[in-house]
Design a protein around this ligand. Structure first.
Ligand SMILES: *[C@@H]1O[C@H](CO)[C@@H](O)[C@H](O)[C@H]1NC(C)=O
Ligand SMILES: *[C@@H]1O[C@H](CO)[C@@H](O)[C@H](O)[C@H]1NC(C)=O
Ligand SMILES: *[C@@H]1O[C@H](CO)[C@@H](O)[C@H](O)[C@H]1NC(C)=O
Ligand SMILES: *[C@@H]1O[C@H](CO)[C@@H](O)[C@H](O)[C@H]1NC(C)=O
Ligand SMILES: *[C@@H]1O[C@H](CO)[C@@H](O)[C@H](O)[C@H]1NC(C)=O
Ligand SMILES: *[C@@H]1O[C@H](CO)[C@@H](O)[C@H](O)[C@H]1NC(C)=O
Ligand SMILES: *[C@@H]1O[C@H](CO)[C@@H](O)[C@H](O)[C@H]1NC(C)=O
Length: 569
């Protein structure tokens, strides 16, 4: 070229400039690799090329020679500097530059002489390098909700140009904004010129970030996207709500165990809690549970739990221990009492809530609690009480046996159906079951079942003469006996109206007392008159008392009184 005239050089220079301006090509080479820098001479027939020369721009307009190839000669390397040993030329005139470095980023120019034409093809060379890898370092141990925390640092090492790092949460890119701060910095290696990009993410976590995957990525002009391995973080937050959970049987009764569990929603969960057991403070560590064993009625009350480091976080529950105790004043199978006596029956109930009491006698429901001011044989039986309180219930019972001296209530006679014989009836009251015997041998008809202390015994006799017959009864408490006159069959007329009218008069008498003394006197007088009349009617033919007389009633009354006096002793 230096052989060419100045004017010619000048003209060529202008032409070259024009071409440069039109077609400054850019070639991107990879760091450390061989870069092929093409000589854009496709338009020129290779046969016509006389000289191909590669040079580069040293800066400040100074050119640096690299190599020259003259037609039919070998390539001559003219480089003396850093390019010595790194450059060669391909058959198609491309410059091959090995072990590319960042300092190779400059303009290389291919100059071709073909015939009288001299052409220059400058090529701009860029050397790229992708980062070696992406890694998140300086990871936060945990992220506290609502607090801007350095989550980590993502480093893209040794790249050119400098990498652009993008942070992602669950693959969605993050940008600076509310609760997100990304600070990137680039460090250039003074020797290699490669850039190391660091990006620090400060992040204000939310509760939902618990399982979120954070990663960083970079997409280089060459090569595929680089993505760091994902990182997850423990999201920590202080307790906002606290709940006391009570696990207990329903109903909770004495002797049961109750488990208290304190649930705080903080993360990490508190490791220690205070349990307030009706005022008593118990601190538990490394557990959130406290068990109360063998509760009693005194355990009823308010229970609380709270955080050790924040006593204002507190939860409470009321625990009620149900109890139902009953005590029956008389209980068991052997409650024996004497007829006529009083029985003071009491049922003590100690319960934690309202109760329902029900009674049965001999499996028949009673409408109210039984009371016994004056025991009768009919009061005998099995009494059961059941006290219920919600799901709890208690039962007790007693078997009452009313005992006493047997008393003949009534000794009566009846004409038999065929007029040939008579039926004698002995009605007895007493318990245990009295033995009944007659003073004569008759045909025993029947004996009623022994119910409510009563028994009725019947015999049939055929009296051939006027007889005095007695009925005798006895049990371990005593005996009774009564006699009845039975006339011979001839001429007897049966009249049996005395009893009922007598009862009638008694009723009137009672009414009379209530109404007033005067009225009573009149009624008594009337009753006496009626009595006399009836009495005459009843005995005018036989002269016998067919039924138990009023004298007999008196006797019975005396006996009962006697019994009750015995019992009181
Ligand atoms: C030039 O030759 C090299 C190998 O010799 C080849 O890789 C390259 O593609 C060629 N370039 C052009 C522009 O033909
Ligand atoms: C439960 O407590 C009662 C007194 O409250 C006690 O008599 C009983 O022995 C205790 N039972 C157990 C298993 O500890
Ligand atoms: C427990 O009972 C007390 C008094 O009976 C009451 O003031 C309190 O509110 C109750 N607590 C809970 C948690 O029900
Ligand atoms: C029966 O109860 C009454 C009152 O309830 C009492 O005055 C009396 O002493 C009691 N009698 C007996 C024998 O307990
Ligand atoms: C009843 O009969 C028995 C024998 O059957 C006899 O020994 C007894 O004397 C008789 N009693 C009367 C009162 O007739
Ligand atoms: C039996 O008694 C009645 C009166 O009660 C009397 O009229 C009759 O004569 C008596 N009979 C004998 C056999 O004694
Ligand atoms: C039964 O008869 C006797 C005499 O035989 C007499 O003394 C007695 O009073 C009579 N008893 C009755 C209850 O009528």
């Amino acid at each position: 070229m230096h052989l060419l005239s100045a004017s010619c050089v000048c003209a060529l220079f202008v032409a070259a400039l024009l071409r440069q301006a039109n077609s400054l090509e850019t070639v991107i080479g990879l760091y450390g690799e061989t870069v092929e820098i093409p000589c854009n001479n496709a338009a020129i027939n290779a046969e016509d090329i006389l000289i191909t020369k590669w040079k580069y721009d040293k800066g400040e307009g100074l050119p640096g020679d690299l190599l020259v190839k003259q037609k039919n000669q070998n390539v001559s390397i003219s480089a003396t500097d850093e390019y010595k040993g790194r450059v060669s030329m391909a058959a198609n005139s491309s410059l091959l530059l090995s072990a590319a470095k960042l300092t190779d980023q400059r303009t290389f120019t291919c100059m071709v002489v073909a015939g009288a034409d001299i052409s220059e093809y400058p090529v701009n060379v860029l050397i790229y390098k992708t980062a070696a890898g992406l890694e998140i370092s300086d990871k936060a141990e945990d992220l506290e909700i609502g607090k801007l925390t350095k989550l980590g640092k993502c480093v893209a090492k040794d790249s050119n140009p400098a990498a652009n790092i993008t942070w992602r949460k669950n693959n969605t890119p993050l940008a600076n904004g509310k609760g997100i701060s990304i600070q990137a910095s680039v460090l250039v290696d003074p020797v290699t010129g490669l850039s190391t990009t660091s990006s620090v993410l400060e992040y204000s976590a939310e509760k939902e970030d618990t399982d979120a995957e954070f990663s960083c990525s970079t997409r280089h002009a060459v090569g595929s996207e680089l993505v760091s391995s994902p990182a997850t973080f423990t999201i920590t937050y202080s307790t906002e709500t606290i709940v006391l959970q009570v696990t207990a049987q329903d109903p909770l009764v004495e002797g049961d165990n109750v488990s208290l569990k304190c649930l705080a929603d903080g993360n990490p969960a508190p490791t220690a809690y205070n349990f307030h057991l009706k005022g008593e403070l118990v601190k538990v560590e490394n557990t959130d549970t406290y068990t109360i064993t063998n509760v009693s009625r005194d355990s009823t009350g308010e229970y609380k739990c709270s955080l050790v480091d924040d006593p204002t976080m507190e939860a409470s529950k009321n625990i009620t221990v149900s109890y139902l105790d009953i005590k029956l004043s008389h209980s068991g199978t052997d409650v024996k009492k004497t007829a006529g006596q009083a029985l003071n029956l009491t049922l003590q109930i100690d319960a934690s809530a309202g109760v329902k009491v029900s009674w049965t006698k001999d499996n028949v429901k009673l409408n109210k609690e039984p009371t016994f001011t004056k025991l009768t044989y009919a009061d005998s039986g099995r009494y059961e009480c059941e006290v219920t309180m919600g799901l709890l219930s208690q039962k007790d019972f007693f078997e009452l046996a009313v005992e006493g001296v047997p008393v003949i209530r009534r000794l009566s006679k009846k004409r038999g159906a065929d007029h040939g014989h008579k039926v004698l009836i002995c009605e007895v009251e007493g318990s245990p079951k009295p033995a009944v015997s007659w003073s004569i041998n008759g045909t025993s008809l029947d004996e009623t079942p022994f119910v409510n202390g009563k028994i009725t015994h019947k015999i049939t006799v055929v009296p051939t003469a006027n007889l005095s017959v007695s009925c005798s009864v006895s049990n371990e408490f005593g005996a009774d006996s009564r006699t009845i006159n039975v006339s011979s069959i001839n001429g007897e007329v049966r009249m049996d109206k005395q009893g009922p009218s007598d009862d009638n008069d008694q009723t009137k008498l009672v009414v009379g007392v209530v109404v007033g003394l005067l009225v009573a006197t009149i009624v008594i007088g009337l009753a006496y008159w009626v009595y006399m009349k009836k009495s005459k009617q009843g005995s005018w033919k036989t002269g016998e008392n067919e039924d138990g007389s009023s004298e007999e009633e008196k006797k019975l009354e005396e006996k009962v009184e006697e019994n009750s006096q015995k019992a009181e002793v």
